[in-house]
Design a binder for this molecule. Structure first.
Ligand code: AMP
Ligand code: ZN
Length: 453
């Protein structure tokens, strides 16, 4: 049985679902003002692996991912500009069009990386009513106060604020008073922001507190509980969300319902570039499309991610990715030559299951795959690998549709002719010529195979 690491308890725990053989998962989705970079995508590959492990174990999975299309400000301290409004102004487009454009690309990336679409996508702007209702409940219970720019959550009223991040709020209070404006506590955050000048923003709504828009954190509380219930199984996201975004989600949700919000919090470590967070200035901010233009296959990136444990930082360089792509192609080449003996290798499959259940240990699972491929005595390779690929999702047994140029096909035919005539000198010469042009010919019992060198 799956034993994930729970950020809440800082321990690996045996997963116990709320409903037998069912699991509800909420994943914090993209802020759709720009392309998602490969760092972001590492977090969604984690969520996908988690989901596929449950499906592998025949769970019924309900997976929800939100789309942040309003309210995420450039600064986490509830100041700065709304990222979507800013992009819309810069590109001279409607906010909705900006959001839909980047969301569409994000979904295309999902397809390329074989990340399954969630059962429910939910946009913040489609759920304004639910967010207002949640704020009203918080207000009724005395957790809110008004400043001149919005309605804020009073974190001092919530017992155990910061338990997820193990925050020591006192330290924060003493150290960081700048930028507080009218906030009562450093950790307080906006639930509803007022429109500074009505009509200036593209996205604003009427509310009991005036025209404005919801804060970023409130959308995830409102939508996750709407679709998964007031207490649900698993919430995932990148580890940067632990101390603010997820801490605030817990504060809002538990203050409203009086119940435990989420049973298991699973957080992914960052993709780094030369040891530092990927960023515009430091580099590494590639998109999948950019990697494709550089000759990489999206699934090689997925394979690259599976090579590190999700709780460890993973350092990205093009060289590292190239190595991963080579290994990935080698695996696919070996598999393309396997014969189906219609058997499953229970020993290897059990080892694989042990690895994925042990807090999604994918590097271990990949090494078991390699072990099976290299084991000269093992039976059932093809079908066992197909089972494993239900979780890996690397298209391992799908043959590549290699487009072979006419000139290569001509050379291959000439070589066949030479072989038939037993002119092995000539056939070797042609094989070398083919190799120099970037293709390999491999002979097997059932004929020859052409591959890219
Ligand atoms: P955002 O669109 O900024 O809300 O980010 C979307 C998701 O990507 C969140 O779950 C972040 O925690 C995650 N994320 C952002 N940067 C990285 C990174 N370098 N490596 C892994 N995950 C990241
Ligand atoms: Zn969220």
């Amino acid at each position: 049985m799956l034993k994930p690491y729970n950020t809440l308890t800082r321990k690996k725990e045996i997963f116990k679902p709320i409903k037998d053989k069912q699991v509800g998962i909420y994943t914090c989705g993209p802020t759709v003002y720009w392309y998602q970079h490969i760092g972001n995508l590492r977090s969604y590959i984690l969520a996908d692996i988690l989901k596929k492990v449950f499906l592998y174990h025949n769970y019924k999975v309900k997976h929800v991912i939100n789309v942040t299309d309003v309210g995420h400000l450039t600064s986490d301290a509830d100041t700065g500009e709304d990222k979507i409004e800013m992009a819309a102004a810069k590109e001279g487009k409607k906010a909705e069009d900006i959001a839909n454009f980047y969301w569409k690309i994000f979904r295309e990336d999902f397809k390329k990386l074989r990340i399954a679409e969630p059962d429910i996508w939910c946009k913040a702007t489609d759920n304004i009513k639910e967010q207002i209702e949640l704020i009203k409940k918080l207000e009724k219970k005395g957790f809110t106060y008004k400043t001149n720019d919005g309605i804020y959550y009073d974190t001092s009223k919530f017992k155990n604020y910061g338990k997820l991040a193990k925050l020591r709020v006192e330290g924060l209070e003493a150290g960081k008073r700048i930028g507080m404006k009218e906030k009562k506590n450093v950790t307080d955050f906006a639930l509803w922001k007022f429109s500074e000048k009505p009509g200036l923003r593209q996205q604003e709504w009427k509310s009991p507190w005036g025209l404005g828009f919801p804060g970023w954190h409130v959308e995830c509380s409102a939508m996750s509980m709407k679709y998964l219930g007031e207490n649900f199984d698993i919430h995932t996201g990148g580890e940067d969300h632990i101390s603010v975004h997820h801490t605030n989600e817990i504060a809002q949700s538990e203050a409203t319902t009086g119940k435990k919000f989420v049973n298991y919090w699973i957080h992914g470590a960052f993709l780094t570039f030369r040891g530092e967070k990927v960023s515009k200035s430091k580099g590494g901010l590639y998109t999948i499309e950019e990697l494709e233009r550089l000759g990489f296959k999206p699934l090689a990136y997925r394979y690259f991610c599976l090579g590190a444990h999700y709780r460890s930082p993973l350092d990205f360089t093009l060289d590292n990715l190239k190595n991963a792509q080579n290994s990935y192609e080698r695996i696919k080449n070996i598999i393309s030559e396997l014969k189906d003996d219609k058997k499953i290798n229970k020993k290897y499959l059990q080892e694989f299951e042990k690895a994925i259940d042990d807090n999604l240990d994918m590097p271990k699972a990949i090494s078991i795959l390699w072990g099976l491929l290299r084991d000269g005595n093992a039976y059932g390779k093809l079908r066992t690998i197909k089972e494993m690929d239900k979780v890996f999702s690397l298209d391992l047994s799908k043959k590549e549709n290699l487009k072979i140029p006419k000139e290569i096909i001509k050379l291959v035919n000439e070589r066949e002719k030479a072989r038939k005539n037993k002119d092995y000198n000539e056939s070797d010469k042609i094989r070398k010529e083919i190799r120099d042009k970037g293709y390999l010919i491999e002979d097997s019992d059932s004929g020859y195979i052409i591959k890219k060198a």
